[in-house]
Structure formats: structure tokens, C-alpha cells
Design a protein around this ligand. Sequence first.
Ligand code: TRP
Length: 469
Amino acid sequence: MTDKSSIAAGTLGGASVRTQQSAARGLWSSRWVFFLAATGSAVGLGNIWKFPYITGENGGGAFVLVYLGCILLIGIPLLMAEVMIGRRGRQNPDGAVARLAREAGANTKWRVAGWLGGLTGFLILSFYLVVAGWALSYIPTTLSGTFSGVGGDASGELFNGLLASPMRLIVCGTLVLAATMLIVGFGVRGGLERSLRFLMPGLFVLLVGLVGYAAVTGEFLQALEFLFVPDFSALTATSVLIALGHAFFTLSLGAGAMMVYGSYLPEGTSIAKTSVLVALADTVVALLAGMAIFPLVFGNGLEPGAGPGLIFVTLPIAFGQMPLGQVVGGLFFVMLVIAALTSAISLSEPSIAWMTERFGLSRLKAVLVSGGLLWVLSLGSVFSFNLWADYQLFGKTFFDSLDYLTTNWLMPLGGLMTVLFTGWVMKEQTVRDAIGIRHGGLFRAWWLLLRFGTPLAIVLVFLNLSGLI
Ligand code: TRP
């Protein structure tokens, strides 16, 4: 391993003191690694846990269509902008935006677009790790054959039993948090790269297999109709906002994650091409998850709108019936946990890089401080399902409120500031140089979308939701 590539591999994984100095922060060892890391960030619980259950709650087809539109018209242009800002700014999101603002002769207060993202990512991580903990606790449950032969009711009871036990949730959440912090803080060199190399193809193969199984044993046609035939009467203003929020969530946007990953990206990589590929991989995984789950939902007489427990109730029924289901199921939850970890890493990296670069904390201290805070905050999400289930804020538990606030408001807000900054504050020539799209027409299309289309769409959704239009 050359010196450069060892820094590269250690940038996210290792306690590289050199990350404190932007001049020597290190880079990904290749654009392939960047692609893996960005896809690892994008593909996670959002695709497999969240997409199916919010699709179920929001009536299916029409919601999926709006979500796909948001990915295409808002997600991809913004993803490109975030990576570009990171690569040109070469710092944590807060520092990168401030540096580019200075370069453009603008007010450095724009840095709020950076640090707000770090804060958003931190808040998301506090409940994300609790859900990853559910997946973790399902590994032994599945392997031990608990699900063999269970039906919908029994599976639902097993899941509720997990939610009712703060102790189990805390133990599993803490394990996920510890693993995340270990990788971010000291991690095995290249651990991220190595785990991603087998995870992504493995997850994909397993999902395709599950879709096949669901197609044969479940109500496949009814599922396809539910997912892909839009019924616009099922669409409300809130579902549009949820679709927009989910486009942000699933592509890891509006929270500094892609900026910080972009900041380790070598020059010369095509940002546009990579972003499209990341979005494509992410969308395919989400649709596969939907096609694996809904045939089973309909086949077992379950409710599509059952909420956050959907996959944890549905899939075990299938694992309990199929040949070798214990092993297949165990493997599935192992992969889900790893997919969640690679996302959790990207949720924590912006705030960790911020603490080390802005305040000169060592990486170890930054990890300890944020790990401690995250642990305390995660208790709020844990108790939402048991001890505090009856305490509600605007009709939502702590967990739901945090999810709603971050996904539907903070991320779109962060994204809005980022596109406004890129499209209206940065100089066009700077952006043109930084993004590196050689094709003039393509650049113009992106630039126009970024300046007008994307901000307008976000603002319209916000206004619509506040009841102003
Ligand atoms: N995209 C991840 C998922 O779908 C979650 C995630 C990782 C994320 N990093 C993020 C969400 C940054 C918002 C912002 O599971």
C-alpha cells in the first residue's frame, strides 16, 4: 500500500491525525472506492425498511411516482452539487461552504448550510441506530428458528415484544453505535472498502432472490399493481412532502454526508456520472425491497399501512416458511445491519470532521463526545416504543417527531440552502470548473435545474404543506 492510498483508506476508517489539516486530509484511493462509499451511504435502512413502509402508508403507486420524480429532478442535481462543494472546499461541510463563500466574495454566514447539515445528520443517527438495533436483534432471533411457521399475528407479537423491551433495544442500539464509532474512530484500514465490496453485490443477490420467492408464493400481481399503478386520489400534500423528504433521506442529502464524502474525492472523477450511478443503484434497491415485501403483505393478509414494523413483521413470515429460511433470514439481517452501518458512518462523519477541523479535537475525542451525546439522545427513541409511548408531541412520539423534523423539514431546508448557494452565490465559472461536466448542453441543463427548478420545487412543497397554496 502506498502512503497515499493508506491515508485514503484510513480517512474514514482510521484515526489519521492528518485529517486535521486540510492540505493533508487524504483522498479516496480511487473513484471506485468513492462510488462504493457513496452507495454504501445511500443504500441503507431508508431503502429496505423505510421505503416499503412509507409507500404502504401513503397509498402506493402515486407516491412511488412522486418519489421517483423527486429523485430525478431534485435528488440527482443536488447530489452533484453537494459532491462538488465538498471536492472544491476540501473540508467538513461547514468549512467547505465558508471557504467557497469567501472565494465568491460572499458572506461566510452561508456556512449554516454546512453545519446545519452536520446537526441534522447527528439527529438522524440517534434514531437510525435504534432501528439498526432492531435488525441486529433479529439476527439471533431468525437463526434460532423462532420464526419457523409463524403467521402474521405471531410475527407481529414477536416484533411488539422487542419494542416493549427497553433493555433489548438499548443493548442492540448501543452495539450499533459502538460499531459505528469504532469504524469512524479507529477502524480497520480499508474496512469500509472491504465490507462494501461483498456487501453490495450480496445484498443485491439476496433481494433478487427474495423477490423471486415472494413472486412465487405471494400476491405478486397485486403488489405490482399497488407499487406501480398510480392512484392519485390516495395522494395528499403530506404524502408529497414525505416523498420529497424520502428522496433526500435515501440519497443521503441535505445533511452534509455527500459533501464530506466529496471532500475526499480525487480530482478528475466525473461527478455527474458517479451521482447518476449512485442514485440508480439506490433506487433499484428500494424498488426491489418493495417488490419483495408487498407480495408477502398481501399474501398474508397484512396491512400495507402497518407502519415502521412492516418489514420486521412481514419478512420473518417468509423466512419461517421457505427452505433454509433460518439461514437466508439470518444472512438478510446481517446484510441489513452492515448496510445500516455504512450509512451510519456517513451520518456521523460530517460532525466528527467538523469537530476535528473546526475545534482541533482529536478524532478519538470527537468520537467519544459525539458517541456519548448520541447514546443519550437515542434513549428518547428507545422509550418512544415503551415507557414514553403515551407522551406525544403534536400527536407524534419522540421517535416519530425526530424523524418528521429531520426528514421532512431539516434535510429539504439544508438542500434548499445548498442549491441556492451553488446556483446563486457561487460564480458560474467556478461551478463549471468544479463540476467538470464537459458537455455544454448538459451543464446548462443541470445549472438551470439547480438555479430554478430544484429550489422552486422545494419551496412549493413547503408552502403547500403550510397550507399557503
Ligand atoms: N441514505 C441512508 C439510507 O437510506 C441514510 C443516510 C445515510 C442519510 N447518510 C445520510 C440520510 C445523510 C440523510 C443524510 O438508509
